[in-house]
Design a protein around this ligand. Sequence first.
Ligand SMILES: NC(=O)c1ccc[n+]([C@@H]2O[C@H](COP(=O)([O-])OP(=O)(O)OC[C@H]3O[C@@H](n4cnc5c(N)ncnc54)[C@H](O)[C@@H]3O)[C@@H](O)[C@H]2O)c1
Length: 270
Amino acid sequence: MSHNLLKGKRGIIFGALDERSIAWKVAQVAHAEGASFTLTNAPIALRMGTINKLAEECEAEVIPADATSIEDLENLFTKSMEVLGGKIDFVLHSIGMSPNVRKGRDYGDLNYDWLMKTLDVSAISFHKVMQTAEKLDAMNEWGSIMGLSYIAAQRSFPDYSDMAQAKAMLESIARSYGERFGRMKNVRVNTISQSPTMTTAGTGVGGFDVFFDYADKMSPLGNASAEDCANYCVMFFSDFTRMVTMQNLMHDGGFSSSGITDRLIEDLTK
Ligand SMILES: NC(=O)c1ccc[n+]([C@@H]2O[C@H](COP(=O)([O-])OP(=O)(O)OC[C@H]3O[C@@H](n4cnc5c(N)ncnc54)[C@H](O)[C@@H]3O)[C@@H](O)[C@H]2O)c1
């Protein structure tokens, strides 16, 4: 059911790889809520994924951009403003990748070049996106910028490896750039800390099935789905959240506030 929450708003959505991607669901909800937007992903992901199907469904143009390349980001913002007919109201940064996780490197044996790549792709790209938007004066007043995070930024989750550092940096960038963008243009910047979700990035983490199940049992409401996350993101692109900024917003069914739950006790006493 649509509420026209994003009627007349223009956006850029990063990170829709396939139907399981959180960004994919955000695009579908944003479209249903009346937004127009461009879709973007790294050129290699565009070749491997199925984004054209989503683009057709959402009547959106696809503009390739490696989120670590300033040149690509400049082209993306410039073209998006052309295609959409004006400045941008919302941006979703839904990007994460760690070569150390991907290649199964132990945390005590990190490849530091890969660590730099993890940080660049998964965190510094968030700064690059905002700095590019600022320099091109591409954001509308009262716009909203959202990044996706995970609770490993605050707690240890062994298999999450160097992605934990990337998420801590991502959340820190949201605060620092949120202060700047708020003061300059009333643009809000937040991150959503999402439950484990069955996507390509999610399931690439070792032992994912086990900690998906653990998180589900540790959350009074259960794990938040990608669809729920999309609804939450879209609310943050709407005018109903204009005064929320520089926050890391827990979207986890209560996981982050739970000590232990009946469901977990039941499991452990079996
Ligand atoms: N799945 C989970 O369990 C979970 C939980 C919390 C947070 N998150 C976060 O949600 C976000 C989206 O991930 P997802 O779970 O939908 O998985 P996903 O694999 O569908 O999305 C990750 C996206 O990052 C893109 N990407 C990688 N390198 C890029 C680059 N250089 N430039 C541009 N894009 C690039 C990929 O192409 C892909 O589309 C990530 O930030 C992830 O860390 C995921």
